[in-house]
Design a binder for this molecule. Structure first.
Ligand code: NAP
Length: 253
C-alpha cells in the first residue's frame, strides 16, 4: 500500500450499537469505512457521523447470511472504496429461549447470522487481503460463549466464533492477515435493551442490576468494545493473532 492509499474497513451490523461505534472509531483513525447492515437506510446515521467529522464512509445494505448478497456487497465495496482489508464481523441477533421451548428456526437464525455470516464475509474479503498482503479480521464473540441460560443457540454460535477465529489465524497468517476475537460482556445497546424488555425489566434497572455483578461496577458502552476492536484492527497488532479478548469489566468465571 502506498502512503497515500487509505485502508478500507468493513463493519457488519454497523447501523447501530457496537458496530456503529466501531465504524466511527475506525474512520477517526483514518480508514474509509463500509457501514454494512440489513437495511441500507438504517446505516445513514453512522455514515453521516463519519462524514460530518471529515471521514469517508458508504452505506451498504446486505444480509450477511445470504451468499449472493455478500458477494455483491463486497464487490461494491471494492469498487467504491477500494480493497477491503479490515473486516469486523459484528452483525448479530438474539433468539433467546430455554432449550425445550427453542424452535429449530431460532437455532438456525442465530447460527446463520453469526457463523454463516462471518464465514461468507471473511471468504469474500480474504481474497482482497491476500492480494494486498495485509488483513485484519475481528470477530465478535461474547461472554455467553462460556455458557448462558436461555441462549443455547447464541452461546454455541459465539463459542463457534472463537474456533473460527483461531482457524482463520492459522490459515491466513502467511498472507499478512491476522484474526482475533473480541468477547464483550454486558454492553448497553438495543440488543440488551430488548433482553430487558423480554424479562420484563426497565432498561435502567436491568443495567443497574448487571453492574452489581461486574468488578468495575458499571455496564459497558459500545465505545469500550470499539477500543478493543481498533487495537486488533491496527497496523501495530500484526503479531497478535488467534486471540480472544474478553472485554467485560472484569474476569469471567
Ligand atoms: P445490536 O444493537 O442489536 O446491533 C446489531 C446490528 O446487526 C443491527 O443493526 C442489526 O440489524 C444487524 N444485523 C442483524 N442481522 C443482520 C444480518 N443478517 N445482516 C446484516 N446485519 C444484521 O447489537 P449490539 O449489541 O451492538 O451487538 C453487536 C455484536 O456484539 C453482536 O454480534 C452481538 O452478538 C455482540 N455482543 C453484544 C453484547 C451486548 O451486550 N450488547 C455482548 C456480547 C456480544 P437490524 O436492526 O435490522 O436487525
Amino acid at each position: 500500500m502506498s502512503t497515500t492509499e487509505q485502508r478500507v474497513a468493513v463493519v457488519t451490523g454497523g447501523a447501530r450499537g457496537i458496530g456503529a461505534a466501531t465504524a466511527v472509531r475506525l474512520a477517526a483513525e483514518g480508514r474509509a469505512v463500509a457501514v454494512l447492515d440489513l437495511d441500507e437506510a438504517a446505516c445513514k446515521d453512522t455514515v453521516e457521523q463519519i462524514t460530518a467529522a471529515g471521514g469517508k464512509a458508504v452505506a451498504i445494505g446486505c444480509d450477511v447470511s445470504d451468499e449472493a448478497q455478500v458477494e455483491t456487497a463486497v464487490a461494491r465495496i471494492a469498487a467504491e472504496l477500494g480493497a477491503p482489508t479490515i473486516l469486523v464481523n459484528n452483525a448479530g441477533v438474539l433468539r433467546d429461549n430455554l432449550l425445550f421451548k427453542m424452535s429449530a428456526n431460532d437455532w438456525d437464525t442465530v447460527m446463520n447470522v453469526h457463523l454463516r455470516g462471518a464465514f461468507l464475509m471473511s471468504r469474500a474479503c480474504q481474497k482482497h487481503m491476500v492480494d494486498a498482503g495485509f488483513g485484519r479480521i475481528v470477530n465478535l464473540s461474547s461472554s455467553s460463549a462460556l455458557g448462558n441460560r436461555g441462549q443455547v443457540n447464541y452461546a454455541a454460535a459465539k463459542a463457534g466464533m472463537q474456533g473460527f477465529t483461531k482457524t482463520l489465524a492459522k490459515e491466513l497468517g502467511k498472507f499478512g492477515i491476522t484474526a482475533n476475537s473480541v468477547a464483550p460482556g454486558f454492553i448497553a445497546t438495543e440488543m440488551t435493551k430488548a433482553t430487558a424488555e423480554r424479562v420484563g425489566m426497565g432498561f435502567e434497572d436491568f443495567q443497574a442490576a448487571a453492574a452489581t455483578q461486574i468488578p468495575v461496577q458499571r455496564v459497558g458502552n459500545p465505545e469500550d468494545i470499539a477500543n478493543a476492536i481498533a487495537f486488533f484492527a491496527g497496523e501495530a497488532a500484526g503479531f497478535v493473532s488467534g486471540q480472544v479478548l474478553y472485554v467485560a469489566g472484569g474476569p469471567l468465571d
